[in-house]
Each structure stands twice: as C-alpha cells, then as structure tokens.
Design a protein around this ligand. Structure first.
Ligand code: BG6
Length: 493
C-alpha cells in the first residue's frame, strides 16, 4: 500500500472534542435539575469527588465555548441531561434546562462549531428509576420517548447530528461499573431484558429524529475495543470472535440490521434466556435506520481461549491509577482477556494502541458501510501544574498524534469518517476516579480534595481553565486540517 507522507483529511472534516453532561456540568441541584442515577453511583467512588461540581461547566459556558473557538473547533460533542430537562414524573419540561442548552447551542453556532448531541449518557433521572423501574421496566420507553421528543422539538432547528445512547454495549457488558445491574437478581439473564428495552428506546429516538428534525441524522455510540487474538492458535481466534460478540458486535449488528443476530438468538436458546420481546418490538427495531455510527475508542484488548473448566473471573477495572491493578475477565468456554506484550499501558492499565483506531474504523466500515465519526478517544493521566502554573502533557500529545495519524490512514484506506472528537475538551469527572484521571486539552484547576471540601462548605471553587500544551498542539493540527503534526510519528511500528 502506498501512502502520502501524511494522510490527507477531507476539506469539510469536523475537528472538535467531547464531553458528557454529568461529567462536566456540575450544578446538579440548580435551576430545577433533579438527581440522576449516576449522581448516586458517583458517590460510591470515594475518596474521589462525586459529580456535584465536576468542571462547573454550567457556570463557565461562554468561557468554554470561547476556548473551543480559540482552539479552532468545528464540532463539539456533548450530552443533554435528562433530569435537567424533565425533572419529575409529571413530565413537565423545565424551561431553565432548555434555556441552558439553548445558550450553549447558540454560542456554538455563533462560533461556527457544529453541535453533536448525545441524548443519553448515563444520567437517567432518579424518578424514572424509582417510579417507573428504570431500564428494567417497559414504562421507561414512553418516558424516554417524551424526553427525546422534547429535545428534538427544542433543539432540532439547530442540532442536526444526534447520538442516541452512549455505550449501550459497555453498560450491559460491564453492568456493575456504572450501576446498570443494580436491583437485578440474575444479571446473566436480566441483562438481555434491560438491553432489549434500551434497544427499543434507541429505535424510538431514531424514528423520532427523522420525523421531527429537518435534515436530522442520528446514530448510536458503541464503545469499541478491538479484540486481537493472543496467538495464531485457532482457538484464540475463536476466543477473539467470542469476546467481540459479547462486548460489541451483538450491539452493532442490532443497530445496523434492525434485528437480533443468529449468534445472539442461538445463545439465548442455549441458555434459556427470554429477552422479553413483545409483539410490535421487532417491527419497531426494523423500522429504525441509523445514518452513521459514532465510535468511542481508546484502546484494544487481546483474547485467549478459556476452556469450560476455567475458573470464572469478573472484569475489575483499575480503581486507583496505580499500574497493575486491573484484573482481566475469564469467561469459561468463551474467552479470557490477557495483557498484550506489544503495547504499553496507561497508569490505569489501558492499552496504548493507536493502531486500534485504524483497525476499528476499517472494521466498522467493512462490516456496515455507514459513515463514521469519532466521538471519544483519549489519554487519562495523573497531572499537575509545574512551578509556573503550566501543564506539559507531552504523553497526551504523543497519544493524540499517533491516534489521529491512524485515523488519517483509515480515511486513506477508504473509510468515510466525518469528524474527530477526542475525550475530553476540559478535564472532567471520570467514571470512577474523580478528576484525578484527567483527559482534557484544558486543565481544570481543582483537585478531588478541593471538590470534596467545597461540597461541605457550599462554596464552589473557581475551577480556573488553563490551556495545556496539548491544547496548543491540537489547535495547530486542526487549523491546518491535519498537516501540522508538530513531531515525528511512529507509524504504529
Ligand atoms: C467512555 C465513556 O467509555 O470512557 C465516558 O463514554 C468515560 O463517559 C470515558 O468517561 C473514559 O472512561 P473513564 O472511566 O476513564 O472516565
């Protein structure tokens, strides 16, 4: 294969960054917002801070969008908070919530930044969980429909790129981490009923978007972790295929083909699983045609065969940021995940593997032939200001440079990719390690301890924004549409 020295990006390619409401906004009890299930989950991650303040984006919107514009963004991927928009079971729309997002969207449009908006990124209102039964109950479908309709009607005149549900696959495959399995007695079986209800919500949102938003496009956001076989042993290849099915392929097939795959139906039959499909459900799923696939990809995994006699092991993510604490899962008779000796690891034991982004884009394009956009990709690290108050995040620059190069190669390979939005614009709350695990191009000058103290005192810290070195580097790269790389590239070798 021949490539230019640097890959070329399409002229109208959208460059930006990414966030999610509960991880960035803070102001959890302001202007009518009510609690979300993820608020409670975030309180279980002590000593790290919960999401009460996060990056305090709620009070820094204008400043944050001005920084995006300064960096040269042409897109910004963020999510709407369901309990900020529909705070109670009477279904009334909270105008203060609508105004907050109207201001954000107007501010973005004023700076020629395309909003890419996620409907659901883990913040189900607590009232949906307590009064309707949450994802375990079909009553949630109507509540979600009302919420989605409200969003499309309020923002659809300006928002044309919509994302339905963030990482449904990860919410199911690793149900404990984000609390989705809470309240289920038999997660092995119950997960498929929960999954089916989320699929119906996704399908409802897809159809509503097409009905209500003129020129609106919508897609799902799978969390993609490409799986490599640990060796050329034939059973390691089967193990890699199994891991791929149970962590991502099952979901992607359902979104694209509008039906459950033969693989999944056989699995349900063999394990006496009833996913709770009712009359009309299959027709709804088949009628929902997605326009693109949004891709979150940070890392790869490596799979090895696990015989039926193997001891099962649940996946345990690294909860401290001290290397070596992640425990890979073992699923007897299907697969186990193992360390990859060919890549390096972050402090949270995530594989640093830029080639995984090229692989995943190639994989999705080959399987589904739908436009793609990258909605998450990034490097989580411990970070501190130096004596001059600056943040020199060379490791993040290296990560992003290598990943974006691989993205460019995927485009040269023929994949249709329309936008790149790394995680995250500012530092924000991670899913389990507070603000200690930082991803941002912009530093938020606050620590978990300070956030914890602020909650006790009731005084919100300034959360000063400081541009990291990666901000300056990324700005040069994107304003030159991918020609100013500012350093050598390893070409993944
Ligand atoms: C993605 C999620 O899976 O990974 C984000 O969509 C999350 O919400 C991101 O923050 C990084 O994960 P973590 O655990 O480091 O915050």
């Amino acid at each position: 294969m021949h490539y230019n020295q640097h890959p070329r990006f399409p002229q109208n390619f959208m460059w930006g960054a990414s966030s999610a409401a509960w991880q960035v906004e803070g102001a959890v009890a302001e202007d009518g917002r009510t609690p979300a299930i993820i608020d409670l989950n975030s309180k279980t991650k002590a000593p790290f801070a919960d999401n009460s303040i996060a990056a305090d984006h709620y009070h820094h919107v204008k400043e944050d969008v001005a920084l995006m514009a300064k960096c040269g963004f042409s897109s910004y991927r963020f999510s709407l908070s369901w309990p900020r928009i529909i705070p109670a079971s009477n279904g009334e729309v909270n105008q203060a919530g609508i105004s907050f997002y109207n201001n954000l969207i107007d501010e973005l449009k004023a700076h020629n930044i395309e909003p890419i908006v996620t409907l659901y990124h883990y913040d189900m209102p607590l009232w949906v969980e307590e009064e309707l039964g949450g994802w375990k109950s079909r009553a949630t479908i109507a509540a979600f429909e009302h919420y989605a309709r409200t969003c499309f009607e309020a923002f659809g005149d300006r928002v044309k790129y919509w994302l339905s549900i963030n990482e449904q696959n990860m919410q199911i495959a690793y149900g404990d981490w984000l609390g989705v399995s809470k309240g289920c007695n038999d997660w092995f079986r119950d997960q498929w009923r929960v999954n089916h209800i989320i699929n119906l919500c996704h399908a409802t949102a897809v159809n509503l978007c097409h009905e209500l938003v003129e020129g609106g496009k919508i897609g799902p956001v799978p969390g993609m972790v490409p799986i490599y076989p640990a060796s050329s042993h034939p059973m390691d290849q089967i193990a890699a295929m199994n891991a791929e099915e149970f962590t991502e392929k099952i979901w992607n097939d359902t979104y694209v083909f509008g039906r459950y795959s033969n693989f999944l139906q056989a699995y349900w039959r063999n394990n006496n699983i009833d996913p709770g499909i009712e009359p009309g459900d299959e027709e709804l799923m088949a009628s929902a045609h997605i326009d693109f696939i949004a891709v979150n990809c940070y890392r790869s995994n490596t799979a090895k065969w696990a015989p039926a006699s193997a001891k099962p092991q649940a996946y345990q993510l690294n909860k401290t940021g001290e290397k070596g604490k992640l425990v890979f899962p073992v699923v007897p008779g299907a697969y186990q995940l193992v360390r990859n000796p060919h890549v390096e690891y972050t402090d949270w034991d995530w594989e640093i593997d830029p080639v995984s982004l090229r692989y995943v884009l190639r994989y999705l394009w080959d399987h589904y032939q739908l436009p793609l956009m990258v909605t998450e990709n990034g490097f989580g690290a411990h970070e501190h200001k130096d004596e001059n108050g600056e943040i020199h995040d060379q490791a993040r620059i290296n990560y992003l440079r290598e990943n974006i190069f691989q993205l460019g190669l995927a485009i040269e390979d023929g994949c249709e990719v329309i936008s790149y939005n790394p995680w995250s614009f500012t530092d924000l709350l991670s899913t389990g390690n507070g603000i200690e695990k930082r991803y941002g191009l912009v530093y938020i000058d606050v620590t978990d301890d300070e956030l914890n103290q602020a909650q006790l005192s009731g005084v919100v810290p300034p959360c000063t924004r400081i541009e990291k070195d990666s901000f300056t580097w990324y700005s040069k790269l994107i304003t030159s549409n991918g020609t100013e790389w500012g350093g050598d590239i390893s070409h993944g070798c």
